[in-house]
Design a protein around this ligand. Structure first.
Ligand code: AMP
Length: 311
């Protein structure tokens, strides 16, 4: 029942209209791993520098995340990202990226990580994502993320990786950019045509949409009145989504739709405080309460699954 994630482990400096932090734990694999750890056992694969302290390791330990495959480069510095958000809180403006030890990152997977049933390739160089996927032939469900930078600089490599995964979790602008298709439904179909089973398109505060061969399912974002820091919301969504899938033997459309709701539930907590603070301290009772709120809000159990091609 385990899940492996490969991606960045970082120090982030963040500015939002509600405050700022100079150096806090971040990174895609961190946000994803914390979120998924509420549903399944997580193996994290990444790299950090000698500046990573016990305080950061403790966050992983508290959630029983296996960090054996997070390499420590003693003389190096951890990947650093600085971002700023305007009032709309939907778009991150990158102010600084220092790759540091991440620049020469070569994921090394132990047998334990390789044997995971579920694999998430967070946003890293697409060729590395493909290499990791190939190291995990037994993975039953593999999802990837990517970003505008890779799509504009090496779209062919992103597409090569797409062809060896089952699912992609990206935002709407990335889906349009990847397919040169302005209509999001056509963009999702074009992506599915590479052989994927599912495409998840995130739309920030407006929620996320799941496309499968036969279906279409949209979840809203939880209606929060206080959003402090959206950093990692996408990865936290992916962690809830993939974690829930990992906790199920069969990956049916029903499981994927429920996974979408858990993704939205987890992301809603992540944005309530800076960095990993909120999810780190989360209780199952809070997750369950918010899942019930979602069901009430969306009448989820009453909605029959619609076929996208019904018309
Ligand atoms: P998200 O807000 O879900 O897109 O992810 C935010 C996290 O991604 C932050 O914690 C950053 O440390 C990390 N990040 C930012 N830029 C990059 C990059 N170029 N490669 C990998 N991770 C990144």
């Amino acid at each position: 029942m385990s899940l492996t994630v490969v991606g960045s482990v970082a120090f982030d400096a963040l500015e939002t209209p509600f405050g700022q932090r100079d150096k806090i734990l971040g990174g895609a694999a961190t946000h994803f791993g914390l979120s998924a750890s509420f549903f399944t056992q997580v193996n994290a694969v990444g790299v950090v520098g000698g500046d990573f302290t016990d305080a950061e390791w403790d966050v992983f330990r508290r959630h029983a995340i296996n960090t054996d495959d997070i390499e420590v480069v003693a003389g190096g510095k951890t990947f650093f990202w600085k971002g700023r958000y305007e009032y709309d809180m939907n778009t991150a403006h990158t102010l600084d990226t220092q790759l540091n030890v991440f620049e020469t990152f070569q994921p090394k997977l132990s047998d334990n990580s390789k044997n995971a049933r579920i694999l998430f390739l967070a946003n890293i160089l697409p060729m590395l994502q493909k290499e990791v996927r190939e190291q995990c032939p037994k993975a039953e469900f593999v999802a990837m993320d990517t970003m505008n930078f890779w799509i504009s600089s090496m779209k062919d490599a992103v597409i090569d990786t797409l062809k060896v995964v089952d699912c992609i979790i990206i935002n709407d602008a990335e889906a349009r950019q990847l397919t040169d298709e302005p209509n999001i439904h056509k963009a999702a179909k074009a992506i599915m045509n590479y052989g994927l089973k599912a495409v998840v398109i995130k739309r920030g505060e407006y929620g996320a949409t799941l496309f499968t061969e036969d279906g279409y399912f949209a979840v809203p974002a939880y209606p929060l009145e206080s959003v402090f820091d959206p950093t990692g919301a996408g990865d936290t969504f992916a962690g809830g989504f993939m974690g829930y899938i990992a906790a199920h033997n069969e990956i049916t459309d029903e499981v994927l739709r429920r996974a979408m709701i858990y993704g939205s539930v987890m992301a809603s907590f992540n944005v309530e405080k800076f960095g990993t603070e909120r999810v780190d301290a989360l209780e199952y009772s809070e997750i369950n309460q918010r899942f019930r709120d979602f069901k009430r809000m969306t009448h989820f159990d009453e909605i029959p699954f619609e076929r996208a091609s019904a018309a």
